[in-house]
Ligand binder design. Structure first.
Ligand code: MOS
Length: 751
């Protein structure tokens, strides 16, 4: 594979879809025009556990314009059960009379207008057979079990307990993180339209082919009859995978003989989709006097629903962060009467690295050591669990560059020793990491004699700038200007790519696109070297390159692209599939069936592949009110080849901002008696406003990684958030001398 990036940073390209987005020309799913739609409104459960004794629908049916009301009684058997995020049972469905959680979908009203559907939904009367629910950790009636080990055992080595007992310096602490919800600005919409046996689904999706496959399977349709479209997604963050709602909306559309559009409300989004579950952690770190770790134990507890064993098991990352001879880990799932949780931006690392990076900070103070130096003495180029090298690891370069830029040297070592008027000042830092994942992808690239290329891939623009990174990739590989590359994505009629999750999609897409471009280059080269009138006649076709709109030989001889294309025919098109080594050859075919295989950077046999980073921040805590303000942030990342620095910078920056938000503001609050969220809106579920956003400076370190994958691309979508919560807690400790081990950090914890 020819590497168009040369492992260097790409040229910074503004979003090619930027104008469409700011002018409203970009179509989000619920904007897609459908003829004569009916509107759906969800009826959700008012209890968290029990059964539905019966419905009384007369009042609802009497509302003018009501067309249909779907319940388990009339449609429950018409769709096969939808699996949850762990592939096992789901909890959000119309399948039976069973209530698994508050806010579960129990009926769908369809009407001529949204208003009529909403009015009728409020007139649906439900007789519940209620049982008392278990809300969360410590609630009566919860069931706790060790996570079912499916792929790999919990990371472990040596004898962590004995090493801890005899360690010179010991830290033992418990940490916790709250439930959080994605709260994308775009709601969880679904529109379904039938044309005879053909179904078109307009729905924001992180996995085009998966949404298509799941809908076909659940409704027993020929997959060729189902098309999903999702050209733009208004925020996903892990919440917009294949989901249980689609099939019910399709059934509704079939029953009323019209397209049906569902736009659930903001508060329904808290219970009809997945969320980040609350977690607890028990950390034990033992170290020698020089700071070297001798023992690391990390046990986690995660909330899940009654039927699902879903868990994120971030010990896979925390166990391999630092050199340590003795490691023990465990993960427990706690079943409660809530919806099944799911992926939310850096699902494992966000909560688990909070615990580890807070404990590392506590250890640094116990050792009277600079927190950066503690990371340095425990840095390693060998994964301590698997015993294999990292593909590349520039963690300390990130710390050193970040520290210099931040002015870490001005920090006074003692907590509660820096002031600015009435404000206590604190500096904090923490490690960021995220596995470099990659999955299978296919792409079709065509080029016409006028030098314009079209790339087709069923990729996902979830806000990350994917249209632009794909365009940049093809432009580089074909020697074209980015403006001459058109990208078609977000349509299951296009070649499949793995789910946009685990920050894999840039790595996955670029390899397929480059491979297809390489086929085009090869065809042009083969035709040129055989043409009697070409200056490239007789050249080695493998030595010909594409640059600046020309096909060029090693001595600079060559010809323009239009000639090179014409020699092969007027429109040159290639389809290519990329399957990362280590994944089954069937990986592309599997995608079309909705089955995902991802080469996880944390589970490779040859190398352990992660991107790394270091966060630095300054907090100010008011001496009397204890209000916490973040004054400034510097975050440095080394994440391999950066395909498009401009959009990458935005990803890192918004990730860091979400980390601040996650540390100081965000929590879905539960009423413990009813297992119901009480802040299901954007007024009470706190997210940062502009006044909460400090200066965030992002440093992108050049990093060349030949081992992670041919193009050296690591994921960047999620690493920004990881560790930021700990950096905030560490800075708050430095400012105040108070260690907060429970997120979010609020002023009442600092009184
Ligand atoms: Mo993500 S939580 O991998 O969209």
């Amino acid at each position: 594979m020819k590497d168009p990036f040369g492992h260097s940073f790409g040229h910074s390209t503004p979003r090619i879809d930027g104008i469409a987005k700011v002018t409203g020309a970009a179509l989000f799913s619920s904007d897609e025009p459908v003829a004569n739609p009916a509107f759906a409104y969800l009826v959700t459960s008012a209890i968290a556990r029990g059964r539905i004794g019966g419905f009384s629908l007369d009042q609802a049916r009497a509302v003018r314009g009501v067309l249909d009301i779907l319940t388990f009684q009339n449609v429950g058997h018409q769709a096969k059960p939808a699996p949850g995020p762990d592939g096992k049972a789901s909890t959000t469905s119309l399948e039976s009379d069973r209530i698994w959680h508050d806010g579960q979908i129990i009926a769908i009203v369809v009407a001529d207008t949204y208003e009529a559907a909403r009015e009728a939904a409020h007139k649906v009367r439900v007789a519940y057979l209620a049982e008392s629910p278990s809300a969360t950790f410590d609630s009566p009636g919860i069931e706790t079990e060790a996570r079912r080990i499916e792929r790999t055992p919990n990371p472990a080595k040596g004898d962590a307990e004995a090493a801890f007992a005899s360690a010179a310096v010991r830290i033992e602490a418990r940490y916790s993180t709250p439930a959080q919800h994605h709260n994308a600005i775009e709601l969880f919409t679904t529109t379904c339209a039938w044309n005879g046996p053909k179904l078109t689904v307009y729905e924001p999706s992180q996995f085009m082919w998966g949404s298509k496959a799941l809908t076909a399977t659940r409704l027993d349709l020929d997959p060729d009859d189902v098309r999903t479209i999702s050209r733009y997604v208004g925020g996903a963050f892990g919440s917009k995978g294949p989901n249980p709602r689609t099939a019910w909306v399709a059934i509704a559309a079939r029953r009323v003989g019209r397209p049906v559009k569902l736009v659930p409300t903001r508060d329904q989004g808290f219970t009809i989709a997945t969320f980040r579950a609350e977690t607890r952690h028990h950390l034990k770190l033992g170290a020698a006097r020089d700071g070297k770790l001798v023992s690391l134990s990390h046990a986690g507890w995660e909330v899940t629903s009654r039927p699902s064993g879903y868990n994120v098991a971030g010990v896979e990352s925390t166990a391999r962060m630092y050199a340590c001879p003795n490691i023990a880990t465990a993960v427990n799932v706690v079943h409660v009467d809530r919806n099944t949780p799911g992926y939310m931006r850096a699902p494992p690392e966000t909560p688990y690295m909070f615990a580890l990076e807070s404990a590392m900070d506590e250890l640094a103070y116990a050792l009277d050591m600079d927190p950066i130096e503690l990371r340095r003495v425990n840095d390693t180029q060998i994964d301590p669990v698997a015993g294999i090298p990292y593909s590349s690891r520039s963690l300390m370069e990130c710390f050193d560059r970040g520290a210099e830029r931040f002015g870490w040297g001005r920090r006074s070592a003692k907590p509660n020793s820096m002031f600015d008027g009435e404000w206590l000042v604190g500096y904090g830092c923490a490690t960021a990491c995220y596995p470099a994942n990659i999955g299978p992808a296919a792409a079709r690239v065509s080029i016409s004699p006028d030098g314009k290329a079209i790339v087709a891939i069923a990729g996902h623009e979830i806000g990350t700038g994917a249209y632009t990174t794909v365009a940049v990739t093809a432009a580089r590989a074909l020697g074209l200007n980015v403006r001459d590359v058109k990208v078609n994505m977000g349509d299951s009629d296009l070649p499949p790519i793995v789910i946009a999750g685990g920050s894999n999609n840039t790595a996955s897409a670029t390899h397929a696109v480059v491979k297809a471009c390489e086929v085009l280059r090869g065809r042009m080269a083969a035709a040129a070297v055989e043409s009697s009138d070409s200056p490239l006649r007789g050249s080695d076709p493998d030595a010909l390159t594409l640059a600046n709109g020309r096909l060029t030989g090693i001595n600079g001889e060559g010809e323009s692209l239009d000639k090179a294309v014409m020699r092969t025919g007027y429109r040159l098109e290639a389809y290519a599939e990329y399957v990362p080594p280590g994944l089954p050859a069937s990986a592309i075919a599997d995608l079309t069936k909705g089955k995902v295989s991802i080469l996880s950077g944390a589970a490779r046999k040859d190398v352990t592949a992660y991107a790394f980073g270091a966060h630095f921040l300054e907090v100010r805590v008011h001496e009397r009110t204890r209000e916490v303000r973040v004054a400034r942030v510097v975050s440095a990342f080394a994440a391999g080849t950066i395909v498009n620095p401009k959009t990458a910078h935005s990803q890192f920056m918004s990730g860091a901002l979400w980390g601040l938000s996650s540390a100081l503001l965000e929590a879905a609050e539960l009423d413990l008696g009813t297992a119901r969220y009480v802040n299901r809106n954007l007024a009470d579920y706190l997210v940062p406003v502009n006044a909460d956003v400090p200066t965030i400076e992002i440093i992108m370190l050049p990093e060349r990684d030949d081992r992670v994958n041919p193009l050296g691309v690591k994921g960047i979508g999620e690493i920004g958030i990881v560790g930021m919560n700990a950096a905030v807690a560490n800075a708050v400790f430095h400012a105040t001398g108070k260690r907060v081990r429970e997120l979010p950090i609020r002023l009442e914890q600092l009184l």
